[in-house]
Design a protein around this ligand. Sequence first.
Ligand SMILES: O=C(O)CCC(=O)C(=O)O
Ligand SMILES: [Fe+2]
Length: 308
Amino acid sequence: MTINVTPLEHVGVEVSGFDINEALTDSIKAELKSLWYEHAILVFRDQDISPEKQIEFSRIFGPLEIHPLKINTSDEHPELFVLENGGDKDSFFTAFYEGEEIVGRLDWHMDLHYTARPNHGALLRAVVVAEEDGLTGFGDLAKAYDALDSETQDLLEKLEVAYSFSMQRRHMRYVNLEGYEPGPHSPKKPADVGYPDFADAVYPAVVTHPVSGRKVLEIVEQFLDRVITPQQFGLSNDESIELLERLVAHTKKPEFTYFHQWRDGDMVLWDNWRAMHCATGTRPGIKRVINRTTIEGDITLGRVDSPE
Ligand SMILES: O=C(O)CCC(=O)C(=O)O
Ligand SMILES: [Fe+2]
């Protein structure tokens, strides 16, 4: 078995040349893991995947997380989290964008980023491919960091940024709210979905990846709130807001992103310590099912902002 690696257009790679239903040797497993660290976004096509195989394959990359909220996990396979559009939970995830009703659209984010301890990664597998739309976007924040001018890189080395969890998109400061209207059943506060009131999470604006040592621009639009004490670093509040606006726009540039159009037999794995992701969503009534496995985050990359 020889693994083939084909770069995608801008970021990430497609990995082929093996069959997940055949026994994978330790050296193939080690190669897959190092590809994950090297490229952050791995796409696999044409695999014949069962829930058991997905779980076994995902374990190559680390211990799996069992989601604390049982709502979306399958009883048989607690490691699987089922994401479903076109079912009875749609109304909670429905909102209006430029007058268009969309289910399950998600801004750029990193999973569990708001807790200061993000997951290490996750693997998505298409179970039912949406007839149209339903893309997942991925963005490489190490490449985004590398492309910054050295003046900005030097400034960012000194700064910390805070993220404020919110259930309401219209309370987020750096997402594009133009033409946005929440749906009538959008949750209003964390308790509506059984979440606690998370305190803010604070991160260095540049996080060094714990394994690869790459510098990662720790700026993602969802929940991004502010630079901590910008005046101490020679920035006015206005300048710090404009800096975050500029950085958010930078992270979303096509050269750092990849949008995956799902086909049967696809799996995508990402390194959630380095890559952000988003979902474009679907029109109401369009069926889309994704099985997700999550690789546990065993390192706290940020800190919880609590009173001294
Ligand atoms: O639905 C998708 O394509 C991605 C959803 C997502 O953000 C996730 O699984 O973490
Ligand atoms: Fe996510």
